[in-house]
Write a protein that binds this ligand. Structure first.
Ligand code: ADP
Length: 622
């Protein structure tokens, strides 16, 4: 027998379970039954794929055994089981991505309702046994191992593991229940009535039989109805039943935000039961993140995270698709090329998007939750799913200068557009504050134009790729020329341009290794200067992103715009006109450029030089 230590994250989680901050302790049974059901699915699949695998699949089921005197509860399945390495890897460690973040957040939350929420979101699985048991024994055998394994732990730091010769196929988890008078007021989990109640509530839809002897010495009887939820008429299924099924497929303990049912008839028959979660998983933006839709064929589980059924940008959608006309041993390769699957996927995607659209119309609070949690992922679809681009734009919402509290949809923005406004104005940046304080916004604000504030990294990418919304193009206010002037103003501007032309030419030459042009601005009212990109240049953020990804790029030079109405600019212009020798003004030009960079929250190439020049100038002036 070997004694091993739990991985440190696992130890922390176990401690949480033992001192159980989670109030609904009945859920431990749901977790164990759910694991058993998955194990039966896996064994059936394995025997399909590998004809040489020696396993008995004639009576796959889950058995619950109660020992009142010994105060134990055993959940047994004759499924796939685990090898010794599996047990150490799966039960002794927590490999879930996002564990570190989860534990960190948990440490930071002091109030217990919030920690319950977090635990619910993370899902504790097998470890939830320790909410009700002070010792857990697991005996398991995998069909490819000659021997079985016995694992045991009190959940405190270590576990023991040993080989056993006569383990039956599958896994048995035995909980040595905490004493009945423990201070947590545990329900009596040796009561068969209590067990039946929990199974009915949490696991009725499990399609495998769950059997239990209702009285001592009685024959075990099936205690769940085994009906696949998606095959029952929608009117008969309660919201609670959907919620429990959602928990089973998603391993998320929260309620779903929205439930979607669909079916297709005709040549290719299918039923789908999909869920939109109410909270984004911690690993939504991690690369190894899986898709959430399972494929069944005629009620038989075929595969998890079926990429062919849901595009990556909808990876948070969970649920089941049951297709009637596929072969049970269908492979991923086959799915990829199956025309019916492609058609079905298109319908599923459209249905998810239209469901969100109806949330937007009918349940604004749910919509806001949806967009807050998943908007970042959905916007990836603007790049990857051109077919549904308009549908995605329809359900997107953004921050805007219109209202600091509430996001706006594009339809609402367009509705508010001024009569002569041609474009949907936007500006990208790290935060609302940087955008709001940027000089680029000045003239638009002065003239009362609304500007979308785009602060997600993905925003930089899609606004470049998406031509427009309802015939209005997207126009960055930090790029190109912003055309805000009336005819009179234009004439005036031309006049000024002539007046300043020598000065601008000199500025351009002086700053030639920093900017590609110096010109007069129509967007500034109170700032002296700002830097803008050319219409087709990379934005500074994108430039940074590409460099971070290791791409070689020539330096992207931008344009310096001067506010001809600002005293600093007029004084410099005057000095330029009056003096023969312009070299002494070069430092002032450089300072103006540095100020423009700082104003947009950018980095100065040489901050100490900037400070030195600035203090010399101040000294002279004072
Ligand atoms: P989760 O089910 O969320 O992955 P768990 O902690 O409940 O997390 O289980 C971890 C892993 O241990 C499972 O993914 C599964 O591979 C394995 N496992 C748990 N219970 C069983 C079982 N009854 N039979 C076979 N494997 C199991």
């Amino acid at each position: 027998m070997e004694t091993l230590e739990f991985q440190s994250e696992a130890r922390q989680l176990l401690r949480l379970m033992i001192h159980s901050v989670y109030s609904n302790k009945d859920t431990f049974l749901r977790e164990l039954v759910s694991n058993a059901s998955d194990a039966l699915d896996k064994l059936r699949l394995e025997t399909f794929r590998d004809k040489d695998l020696v396993a008995d699949t004639s009576d796959l089921h889950i058995a619950i055994e109660v020992d009142r005197d010994g105060r134990t509860l055993t959940i047994r399945d004759n499924g796939i089981g685990m090898t010794r390495d599996d047990v150490i890897g799966l039960i002794g460690t927590i490999a879930k991505s996002g564990t570190a973040e989860f534990l960190q957040k948990l440490k930071e939350t002091k109030d217990s309702a919030a920690s319950q929420d977090l635990i619910g979101q993370f899902g504790i699985g097998f470890y939830s046994s320790f909410m009700v048991a002070d010792k857990v024994t697991l005996v398991t055998k995998h069909p490819r191992s000659a021997e079985g394994v016995r694992w045991e732990s009190t959940g405190e730091g270590t576990y023991t593991i040993e080989d056993v010769a006569d383990a039956p196929q599958g896994t048995a988890v035995t909980l040595h229940l905490k004493p009945a008078d423990a201070e947590d007021h545990l329900a009596d989990y040796t009561s068969t009535a209590k067990i039946i109640e929990i199974v009915k509530r949490y696991a009725d839809f499990i399609t495998w039989p769950i059997r239990m002897a209702k009285e001592d010495g009685a024959e075990p009887a099936t205690i769940n109805s085994r009906k696949a939820l998606w095959a029952r008429p929608a009117s008969e299924v309660t919201e609670d039943e959907y919620a429990e099924f959602y928990r089973h497929v998603s391993h998320d303990w929260n309620k779903p935000l929205e439930t979607i049912r669909m079916h297709g008839e005709g040549v290719f028959e299918y039923q789908a039961l999909l869920f939109i979660p109410s909270q984004a998983p911690l690993d939504l933006f991690m690369r190894e993140r899986k898709r959430g839709v399972q494929l069944y064929v005629k009620r038989v589980f075929i595969m998890d995270d079926c990429e062919e059924l849901m595009p990556e940008y909808l990876r948070f959608v969970k649920g089941v698709v049951d297709a009637q006309d596929l072969s049970l041993n269908v492979s991923r390769e086959l799915l990829q090329h199956d025309r019916h699957i492609q058609l079905m996927r298109r319908r599923l995607v459209k249905k998810v998007l239209s469901t969100v659209k109806s949330l937007l119309a009918d349940k604004p609070e749910s919509y806001e939750t949806f967009w807050r949690e998943f908007g970042g992922a959905v916007k990836e679809g603007l790049l990857s799913d051109t077919e549904n681009r308009d549908a995605i734009l329809d359900i997107a919402s953004f921050q805007s200068t219109q209202d600091a509290e509430k996001q706006t949809t594009l339809a609402q923005y367009v509705e508010r557009m001024k009569d002569d406004q041609q474009h949907i104005y936007y500006m990208t940046g790290d935060s609302r504050a940087t955008v709001e304080n940027s000089p680029h916004l000045e003239a638009l604000r002065a003239k009362g134009f609304e500007v979308l504030i785009l602060t997600d990294p993905i925003d930089e990418m899609w606004v470049e790729a998406v031509p427009g919304f309802k015939g209005k193009t997207f126009q960055s206010i930090a790029k190109g020329q912003v055309d805000l002037e009336t005819e009179d103003e234009k004439a005036q501007a031309e006049e000024r341009q002539k007046e300043f032309s020598d000065f601008l030419a000199w500025m351009t030459t002086t700053l030639t290794d920093k900017v590609k042009e110096v010109r007069l601005s129509s967007r500034l009212t109170t700032s002296p200067a700002c830097v803008v990109g050319d219409a087709h240049d990379l934005t500074p953020t994108l430039e940074k992103m590409y460099r971070a990804m290791g791409q070689e790029l020539p330096p992207v030079k931008r344009i310096l715009e001067l506010n001809p109405g600002h005293a600093l600019v007029t004084v410099l212009h005057k000095a330029f006109a009056e003096r023969e020798d312009h070299d002494g003004l070069a430092e002032s030009a450089e300072l103006l450029y540095g100020m423009a960079l700082l104003a947009e929250g950018g980095d100065l190439p040489d901050p100490s030089r900037f400070v030195r020049l600035m203090s010399e100038h101040l000294e002279r002036a004072l």
